[in-house]
Design a protein. Structure first.
Ligand code: HEM
Ligand code: FPP
Length: 307
């Protein structure tokens, strides 16, 4: 009997299983949207089409470092994750991946992404991306999250960096346009997260995390969500006012912003868990469409003449 012939597929199955576990730690869907925003930052920063090397290496580098940050967060929070229904399945929480191998995976990914940025993009993008890694993995995860209900507001600054990273990759500097896009994601983060925190409140209470609905109650959180959607709508007008985007963007931003505000208003006035879930999912659709509109506008507006 050829035992080697039997063990090869078994090893492959095991390897694929391990790979899936590591992949899950990288919070793939969150990171996909992060990378999408970074790529749009790159495309908006280029008058024409960006250099292919910068586009590819910039995308890969930001992707890998962001994935490394997510995996590092899973490593640090493995005990907390075990206490929350939403995260108890994570291989780190279940003890299926050891802290050592998770740390090695995170550091290797971070090194790989950093090398891509240094070799084929530029030192500024590398420095900003590593600062973002530290902002999320250390400042938010280790310091702010267990301490203050404003954790996601302050920590949201690191999640808001992707367009700045994309811009820096192409231009080698960071213009006010990039900071405007950063401001938009910064203002979007509280309604995005708190709508989820409302229907996951028990999880956060069990984990002992001071999220706003736990510390200040659902009513105040719902008011905050609504107010942030109003301020967000005002903030999204800035790219048009500043002259970096045209009418296509403006109409999209106002339409999407009003929809988000309606979600926020209804959530504030007539709460239901189903509505909180819908608001959370709408927040993701909102950001995806808003950034898609920025891009569409960037390529189409020049054909329509001066706005
Ligand atoms: C500090 C800032 C942020 C916090 C605290 C936060 C929190 C969360 C949480 C807790 C989830 C998990 C939902 C679940 O698995 O049940 C989530 C999902 C998600 N977040 Fe965020 N988020 C932040 C920033 C961002 C940013 C900057 C983006 C993208 C630009 C983003 C995109 C997403 C997406 C796409 C999902 C859905 C993931 C899925 O389908 O499983 N988030 N967010
Ligand atoms: C280099 C670079 C671009 C880094 C990006 C950093 C990053 C992955 C930001 C996204 C923020 C995020 C996943 C928050 C999840 O909140 P949480 O960690 O509180 O959620 P959890 O309870 O699901 O762990």
């Amino acid at each position: 009997m050829n035992t080697q012939a039997l063990s090869a597929p078994t090893a492959l199955v095991r390897w694929r299983h391990k790979w899936r576990q590591f992949h899950a730690l990288t919070k793939p869907r969150v990171v996909q949207l992060i990378v999408f925003c970074a790529v749009i930052g790159m495309l908006l920063a280029s008058p024409g089409w960006p250099d292919w090397q910068v586009l590819l290496a910039g995308t890969a580098g930001i992707w890998w470092v962001a994935s490394a940050a997510a995996a590092f967060n899973c490593l640090v929070e493995r005990e907390l994750d075990r206490r929350m229904q939403r995260t108890a399945w994570r291989p780190t929480a279940r003890g299926e991946l050891s802290p050592r191998e998770t740390l090695a995976f995170s550091l290797a990914l971070c090194a790989l992404g950093s090398a891509a940025l240094l070799l084929w993009v530029n030192a500024l993008t590398l420095a900003l991306t590593l600062a973002t890694f530290v902002g999320y993995a250390v400042v938010y995860t280790l310091w702010l999250k267990p301490r203050t209900p404003q954790n996601i507001v302050i920590g949201g600054a690191s999640g808001a960096m992707p367009p700045v990273l994309g811009w820096a990759a192409v231009r080698g500097d960071v213009g006010p346009e990039a900071w405007l896009l950063c401001l938009i994601i910064f203002l979007w983060t509280p309604p995005h997260f708190w709508s989820l925190a409302l229907y996951r409140m028990e999880d956060y209470r069990r984990a002992g995390l001071p999220m706003l609905p736990v510390t200040h109650g659902p009513e105040l959180t719902r008011l905050h969500i609504f107010l942030y959607t109003v301020v967000l709508l005002a903030g999204t007008l800035m790219p048009f006012i500043y002259g970096m985007s045209g009418w296509i963007y403006l109409v999209s931003a106002i339409t999407l912003g009003l929809c988000f505000m309606v979600y926020g208003f209804r959530l504030w006035r007539q709460y239901s868990e189903a509505l909180a879930r819908r608001t959370f999912w709408f927040s993701i659709l909102y950001l995806s469409l808003l950034f898609a509109a920025l891009l569409l506008d960037h390529y189409i507006s020049p054909w329509l003449g001066p706005s």
